[in-house]
Design a protein around this ligand. Structure first.
Ligand SMILES: [Ca+2]
Ligand SMILES: [Ca+2]
Ligand SMILES: [Ca+2]
Length: 227
């Protein structure tokens, strides 16, 4: 009988946290923008990247493993973080060349792709949330994307654009309303590509604590577990 109250407790704590913190920010362009937790606190999928038991697919350069700090490569902003975002001690993240920089050779999107999650029975809103530490050149040199599988095609819910590039110096929470795209084999993929020679050397993606749930915040839920 512990599993059901688990989420109820978490939801109450989530609401309390949101009331006192600006830790989460919905991306501009996400339908509805920032909002409080309106769901029941249901989590359909959680990933802290402590391992790859869930079966993520890793294209070239993508890795799942302990965070490794790297120095700023220069014009592109910050290096990779030395610590993950999760409360657990494994330090696991998903990242592009963890502890190093992405290739500047021109290439199509390389993706980190989730296993499928059955969201066909999801009632109400579904949010994709995760923590991001990304440093990237801007288009047309580098582009980054967050996409979801709607059952028949990949739908872009965020992509990076023209100057300036993305220069994260801390883990930041990002949430996207994916309610319109749920299906029985819902998937998420996060990618990066190099479209033009001359790109800056960049540390690229680090991702942690990815959640599919009926609330818009990738709070480190296990931090707030109450027994
Ligand atoms: Ca940790
Ligand atoms: Ca982690
Ligand atoms: Ca990196």
């Amino acid at each position: 009988m512990k599993s059901a109250p688990r989420f109820i407790r978490k939801r109450a704590l989530l609401a309390a946290l949101l009331a006192t913190s600006a830790a989460a920010s919905a991306d501009p362009g996400a339908a509805g923008g920032m909002m409080g937790p309106s769901g029941s606190g249901t989590v359909y999928f959680e990933e802290d990247f402590s391992d790859n038991n869930a079966g993520w697919t890793l294209d070239a350069e993508w890795q799942i493993g302990p965070a490794v700090a790297s120095p700023s490569p220069g014009a592109c902003g910050n290096g990779d973080p030395g610590t993950d975002n999760s409360p657990s001690a494994d330090n696991g993240v998903a990242g592009v060349v963890i502890g190093g920089n992405a290739s500047t050779a021109v290439h199509p999107y390389y993706y980190l792709t989730s296993p499928p999650t059955d969201l066909s029975q999801a009632a109400g809103a579904v949010w994709l949330s995760f923590y991001r530490w990304l440093n990237s050149d801007y288009t047309p040199f580098m582009q980054n994307t967050v996409e979801v599988w709607d059952g028949s095609t990949w739908v872009t819910v965020w992509s990076s654009g023209s100057a300036p590039g993305v220069q994260d110096a801390a883990w930041g929470a990002h949430a996207y309303d994916v309610s319109a795209h749920v299906n029985a084999a819902f998937r998420v993929r996060i990618g990066h590509r190099v479209d033009s020679s001359g790109a800056f050397t960049c540390s690229s993606w680090n991702v942690d604590d990815l959640t599919l749930g009926d609330f818009p915040v990738p709070v480190e839920l296990t931090s707030f577990e109450i027994e």
